[in-house]
Design a protein around this ligand. Sequence first.
Ligand code: ADP
Length: 379
Amino acid sequence: MTSVADPINFLLVDDLEENLLALEALLQRDGLRCLKARSGEEALELLLVHDVALALLDVQMPGMDGFQLAEFMRGNARARHIPIIFVTAGSADLQRRFRGYEAGAVDFIQKPIEPDILRSKANVFFDLHQQRRQILIQRDELEASANALRAVDRHKNEFIAVLGHELRNPVMALKAGLELLKRRDDVELARDIREKMEKQVFHLTRLIGDLLDISRIDQGKISLQKQPVELQAILESAIEASRPLIDAANHTLVVGPVPEAVFLDVDHTRIAQVVSNLLNNAAKYTPKGGEIRLATAREDAMVAIEVSDNGIGIATEMQTRIFEIFTQVQNTGEGLRDGLGIGLALVKQLVGLHGGTVTLQSDGVDRGSSFTVRLPIIT
Ligand code: ADP
């Protein structure tokens, strides 16, 4: 791709070397590159490979003369629109011989050449070329951003479709529960139904909470209540929140030794939410009876919190996209897919707001996954 910083080429065609040198000396300046040809054939070869802002053609040359060369140029898609200045020795009469004006700019200059006139004529074409180049670059940039916007728009539409399903399911379950409660007097059954409804309400509340968080972060409106919190306390809150999901799938949670007296300056709820999100994912994307590990380690001024599982893993090509909003890996096993693909985006943003990072390591499908959050500690 061309850039505005590339030199602008101009082509000089004359059978006499001394004329070429004289013209070059007249026009050459910073930002310009002079291409020289001693014949029409040589000029055509150069035009095949170079983008040229202006061609100065000597009219009288042995073999292909300047007009013939110009006719060839006008017949060639690449060279068709190159502005031409003919350098003539003869009378103005000659000008009528050239028929090709309709295809692009043509000018004449007579020998002996007046340097100022030639320079100002040439500069007009160089400026035009530069402007055209800028417009093309801007067009490419606009096209790229329009494509990116289209992709985001598609992404959002897909997300809305998934969101619709995600919201409909619990709402349908709640509706069915209400119907049943209306019809039955059985106390036992009523309790059972209520518990199921509570679970759905919990699910709905989390979904909506995540959605609101993402949009708050997006608008820079999230307020973090940072204070010194001990690492141990954060992990306990996270485990407590994720325990039901882990137990429901019969997973074993192995918690490694936690370094003592490590304090972080964080929003307790948010960072517990981050770790809990990772634990929930580990529980969701690991077949029943799996093993989830929560390991922590001090690394200089940071602490690493690692959540790993022996679950379905993540394909290599998905690994860079997984933290993008609305990204879900398709075709995961039946029953394993649940969620909107905003959990990890939220994790990344919340960790980022605390000056930390989150990384993923997975050897691929069915090879388990390991997420590591690194946060600064109070030293
Ligand atoms: P959600 O779980 O709501 O779909 P997330 O943003 O939390 O959204 O996760 C995005 C996707 O990353 C999930 O759909 C899932 O495919 C994949 N993923 C996340 N965590 C794991 C994990 N521990 N093992 C395998 N895949 C995972």
